[in-house]
Design a binder for this molecule. Sequence first.
Ligand code: SP5
Ligand code: ZN
Length: 341
Amino acid sequence: MRTVYTDDHHLHQGRAELYNGTLTASFEKPSRADMVLEQVRAQTLGEVLAPKPHGLEPVLKVHDEGYVRFWESAWQRWSATGRDWDALPKMWQVRRLRERIPEHVEGQLCYYSMDAGTPLTAGTWPAITAAANVAVTAADCLLAGEKSVFALTRPPGHHAAYDYCGGYCYFNNAAIAAQRLLDGGVRKLAVLDVDYHHGNGTQDIFYRRSDVLFLSIHGDPRTEYPFFLGFADEEGEGNGLGFNANYPLAAGTDVAGWFAALEAACTRIQAYGAEALVVSLGVDTYEGDPISRFALKHEDFIRLGARLARLGLPTQFCFEGGYAVEAIGINAVNVLTGFEG
Ligand code: SP5
Ligand code: ZN
């Protein structure tokens, strides 16, 4: 399987996130993708190719234009007064506050954010546009007839919704790829999110649509981030009713419980009649992950890949979370080698 990758992700290097009540070094850091690339090469997964530039059109198909344009100029506006450090939002447009877009860059950052873990940095814009190009270039590989492809995207994307960022995510790489596949002729697509955290952004983008079945296996939002979405009764709306499936599992759920949910999700994908699959591949389900509470071991990731291969679908993997940096390369590439059999 080929991997699409660019070093441009290094341009996005957040300093800190608000965690446990203190500003803590960002869990989401460049070495994460470096470790995955290293394993792609060490396990000779296949050729590594650079993304092609695709402009903003594929991004604007799944994100609000004002949101995208905000990111385009945000750093320049934030740093214009001499601030050469990251910005983090510190308030939110909650219940009964006016849903008006502020004029000030700090107000706009608050308006377009869902948490204080997703910093605006000097290189955020070039990095997130590069990640979108990685997602699109990988989708084009599938459209050209490849059986599977790995989009080594960073920063991750699955928490990014139509018009807000969060959870280290800015543009929803998996959603951008999914839309590209649909525009290229795929009629029914499944997006399966196996990251520890609910893929609230992807769910949001496709919630009213029947051409994408979105499924997510994740820590129960009663106790786990992102807290406000990802419950089992979220089944889609309007045309999308019946095309959203959440499998929340209690924090601490064991490996058998996790694979039972995967089995249910695979059955659902098969029944839907998907023609292609996008996998939001987070490996923060690993037993050693510092911010998550599932217990998958290295070899369980191979089993995950093998199960997905049995669906028999053209499959694009998009990299998402995973914070046990020393292990994430092995875990992510284990899924891919397990898929290849
Ligand atoms: C892409 C992705 O995996 N984003 C995850 C964002 C999670 N951010 C909030 C983490 C809070 C974890 N709290 C755990 C408390 C353990 N002491
Ligand atoms: Zn995650």
